[in-house]
Design a binder for this molecule. Structure first.
Ligand code: M6R
Length: 364
């Protein structure tokens, strides 16, 4: 049942305020001043290192979480793609907690990576959407993301729910390790509780996003750029676009532009930039100027201050509300998904069942 939407993907994008609200309320019940895990057996104070493993979109959720765990909790994190991790036979040192992220809980490579860590890691956590899945069953603790059934092959609400749960885990880690004061924890928690409202505002930007998407639908290649927490999101935005519109898309950390991809820029190249006005914004503005000087076309996703600060010459601007900086990857996922969705609709591709892809990859 598409609940009045044209595609399951559109329905699942629209459901995000509700499902993220449910995930936040599950780990941060009303009145709670700290993140509550089931059984409450996890204490990050003694953990020396995290290893996070996943595939596809779930891998990008892990890459985002690396920034959170490192910045908020001071915990070193290694992130790997499951198909690389499992065959590389990496050493898993003592006091390592391994975290596996998977919507289906059945991805063959992720499950194999989990089994590889079974006797090596101190603890195996999983972040899953299907609580009875193999990955959930084989972990010491499975944390549900509560996204509800996701039918569209392109993952949307599962991604933002994975991010929400991982952020709450990072906040817990920061609190356990004494890295975040009470005030900071309270600030972040109240910002998280306000996230569904901010996501509704992002969903309201449909018109500007459709306009940008119509332009993107004529491109052969699209570049995505982001810095810091926006870099993994740029990777996710590019994956979404290629999966459902079949337009070649690539993502780079903005600072890498000069190290190669700038050679691709000409008047035919749209460049989608995710850049809230944060501490890294000015650096990204210079990257945008480098693109515009070569006639590249910028689609800027930012807040009011960022759009004003970027000056003239931006091809399309998509306005996001201002949120606590740690939440930006969750909020900015909405325009990333909608850009891919409307581009695919403009091209007339099969949004829910893109060619060659399966919802769950249970073979290698
Ligand atoms: O079920 P999983 O989260 O383990 O699946 C991982 C990937 O196969 C999945 O995220 C894939 O990349 C999606 N098609 C992304 O939209």
């Amino acid at each position: 049942d598409k609940a009045g939407h044209k595609h399951f993907m559109a329905k699942e994008i629209a459901e995000q305020p509700a499902v993220i609200g449910a995930a936040v309320a599950h780990y941060l019940p009303a009145g709670a001043q700290s993140v509550q895990l089931p059984g409450d057996t996890v204490d990050f104070a003694d953990v020396e290192r995290l290893v996070m493993v996943a595939c596809g979109t779930a891998y990008y959720a892990c890459l985002t979480a690396k920034y959170w765990f490192e910045q908020l909790a001071g915990l070193p994190v290694e992130v790997d793609i499951a198909s690389e991790f499992r065959y590389r036979e990496p050493p898993v040192t003592p006091r390592t907690t391994a975290i596996f992220v998977s919507q289906s809980g059945e991805t063959a490579d992720t499950l194999a990576a989990l089994r590889y860590c079974r006797d090596k890691a101190d603890r195996i956590l999983s972040v899953v959407n299907v609580p009875e899945s193999s990955i959930a069953r084989e972990s010491d603790l499975a944390l549900p993301i509560l996204a509800g059934t996701e039918i569209g092959v392109a993952s949307t609400k599962a991604f933002t729910c994975q991010l929400s749960v991982l952020l709450m885990l990072a906040i817990k880690a920061a609190a356990d390790r004494g890295r975040l004061g009470e005030v900071e924890v309270a600030d972040t928690i109240s910002a998280l509780r306000g996230l569904p409202a901010a996501i509704n505002l992002a969903l309201d930007q449909g018109k500007a996003i459709r306009r940008a998407a119509r332009r993107l639908s004529e491109a052969r290649d699209v570049l995505f750029l982001g810095r810091g927490l926006m870099y993994p999101l740029a990777l996710e935005g590019a994956l979404k676009l290629k999966e459902i519109s079949y337009i070649h898309a690539e993502a780079y950390a903005s600072g890498e532009l000069k190290h190669g991809p700038i050679a691709l820029i000409d008047k035919h190249m749209p460049v989608v930039v995710f850049a809230p006005r944060d501490a890294l914004f000015d650096k990204t503005v210079s990257n945008m100027q480098e693109v515009m000087a070569r006639k590249g076309k910028i689609v800027l996703v930012s807040d009011d201050a960022g759009i004003a600060g970027a000056g003239d010459g931006v091809w399309s601007a998509i306005r996001m509300p201002q949120v606590h900086p740690v939440l930006s990857p969750i909020l900015y996922a909405i325009p990333a998904q909608l850009l891919a969705y409307h581009t695919a609709v403009a091209k007339g591709t099969d949004v829910d069942q893109p060619r060659n892809l399966a919802k769950s990859v249970t073979v290698e």
